[in-house]
Design a protein around this ligand. Structure first.
Ligand code: N2P
Length: 352
């Protein structure tokens, strides 16, 4: 269950304290600055057992497994179900003085999925888009590329790109929302039969895809092994930073935004220390460091002063006005549709 990808067990020197304070943190892959974990342990004496996941499903399974987790990072659209199931604890705001640095607008948006912001504080957020290795993709496509999700969702177009490598995130809510939006519809308002048909369309694309995965693509994009990937913004920008001619595109049909949040699961053994960790991450300088390292925007209004101008103005990182108009927060899928979504997705991911 716990994939130990970047196992940073930052234990205190044995013997320093009899029962060392430690917390278990479960975060998305490539979603922190490792030096922040080190400085937290140095400053507080609290060790962090840090593990990562790469899909909402993996996090949901871990939370349902009963294994104790002190801090987790669910996306906003999964908060209502988690709260309803009693999967996460209300936060003690008195233990989170750095909460004052958070972006008020973002908090009020989040209140729609977490009434009064009782359970979650925003961590990082961002857009879903297409990461395109332009020279490779144009060569395979045979000319200039349309600024459209058709590159992926139109089977004739993705077939032309298959030779240089196409991938899709292991993210059913995002993918289905984008496909239905491309078809002029909305996932949240679609009947199960329409979700089923969307799944059939995805199955038809499957032969053109290298894989459905949210982690492998980061390295592959950074090494020129994929020319088109449905991507989360920071992962795409990381490939550009690695020197590849990769562009992050929010296509003309628009796209979805996610807001990922720090929460304390019901299974936490050390809610007290979890609050300290969450508060630590909300220091503006720490938030800035995390954004600089991950290339994801943060929810910390006071961190901007600690960000390099070059980073603040990096195209794509903080979406410009025009792009913002085309972005909408991922909608919450009605609980009764989760079953059809999961069935359709498992089939697609496995190979159509
Ligand atoms: C970064 C993970 C992004 C999280 N690799 C999307 N919710």
């Amino acid at each position: 269950m716990f994939r130990v990808l970047a196992p940073l067990l930052l234990a205190l020197a044995p013997g320093l304290t009899a029962a060392a304070d430690s917390i278990r943190v479960y975060n998305w892959n490539d979603y922190i600055a490792p030096q922040v974990l080190e400085s937290f342990t140095r400053d507080t004496g609290i060790a962090v057992e840090y593990r990562t996941f790469s899909s909402a499903e993996e996090l949901a399974n871990a939370l349902a497994s009963g294994k104790s987790i002190d801090v987790a990072v669910p996306s906003h659209n999964d908060l209502p179900a988690l709260i309803a199931a009693g999967g996460i604890q209300p936060l003690d705001l008195r233990l989170l003085p750095n909460r004052k640095h958070l972006d008020k607008q973002l908090l009020s948006k989040l209140a729609a999925v977490d009434p009064q912001n009782r359970h979650a504080v925003p961590y990082l957020w961002g857009a879903v888009g297409l990461a395109i290795n332009v020279p490779q993709a144009e060569a395979a496509y045979g000319g200039p590329l349309p600024d459209s999700w058709s590159l992926l969702f139109d089977a004739a177009q993705s077939a032309r790109l298959a030779s240089c490598g196409v991938s899709v995130l292991d993210a059913p809510d995002e993918t289905l929302a984008l496909l239905l939006n491309y078809q002029g519809r909305s996932l949240a308002r679609s009947a199960p039969s329409r979700i089923e048909r969307a799944g059939n369309l995805l199955d038809g694309l499957r032969p053109h895809l290298r894989y459905v995965d949210s982690e492998r693509y980061i390295d592959d994009l950074s090494h020129g092994r994929l020319c088109l990937a449905m991507a989360w913004v920071g992962d795409a920008l990381a490939a550009a930073d690695a020197g590849q001619p990769v562009r992050f595109l929010v296509p003309e049909e628009g796209s979805v935004l996610f807001i990922d949040n720090l929460v304390i699961p019901a299974s936490a053994r050390r809610a007290d220390l979890a609050h300290r960790f969450i508060d630590y991450l909300m220091q503006p300088q720490v938030a800035a460091l995390i954004t600089a390292e991950t290339l994801y925007p943060n929810g910390n209004a006071d961190s901007a002063q600690f960000l390099d101008a070059a980073l603040l103005n990096q195209p794509g990182l903080y979406p410009d006005q025009d792009t913002k108009r085309r972005l909408h927060a991922l909608e919450v899928l009605p609980e009764k549709h989760a079953e059809v979504r999961d069935r359709v997705w498992q089939r697609f991911r496995a190979g159509g």
